[in-house]
Design a protein around this ligand. Structure first.
Ligand SMILES: [Zn+2]
Length: 164
């Protein structure tokens, strides 16, 4: 019988191994503590091959790091996102009347995280000369109701909805 491995105290990414847990399908698992304090049972295999590096917070951190690296606050999408929030949620905004006051909202996914909005935009035809268009003019800002369109397309769209 091979000697049981002891990896207590070892570090794998953000994980520090705390103690052994019971085997799952004959494979050893270990209670690990993430740098952020979260604890989870992780398979030795996943620790060794690097599949598990943290409780999930490492990935989040990497995303926000990329966000800073690329300095996306200067990106056109960032101002689009900011203006969208203002006209939907700030009663003092000049165009609030046509948005927030009419009940137009932004889906939580976009509202809470600029990166979600950014990634959706990049994956859905964003270009510097396009603006965000709500397909149903009475609907919310959410992926199922938005597209990137030219000003002309938007004008057509508004007209076609008016008659309904
Ligand atoms: Zn963590």
């Amino acid at each position: 019988m091979p000697a049981p491995v002891n990896i207590i105290g070892k570090k794998y990414g953000y994980w520090t191994v705390i103690k052994r847990s019971k085997n799952i399908n004959g494979r050893s698992t270990w209670v690990c503590e993430c740098k952020c304090g979260n604890r989870k049972i992780v398979k030795l295999h996943d620790l060794r091959n690097g599949r598990s590096k943290s409780c999930g917070c490492l990935r989040k951190e990497t995303t926000s790091k990329n966000f800073k690296t690329h300095n996306l606050t200067n990106h056109r999408l960032f101002s689009i996102w900011s203006c969208m929030k203002t006209r939907c949620y700030n009663p003092n905004a000049t165009n609030y009347e046509r948005y927030g006051a009419r009940g137009i909202r932004i889906c939580d996914e976009w509202l809470n995280d600029f990166m979600n909005f950014y990634n959706w935009s990049m994956g859905n035809g964003y270009k510097d000369d396009l603006t965000i268009d709500r397909i149903n003019n009475d609907g919310n800002y959410e992926s199922s109701n938005c597209r990137w369109a030219t000003i002309e397309q938007q004008a057509n769209n508004k007209r076609s909805y008016k008659g309904r």
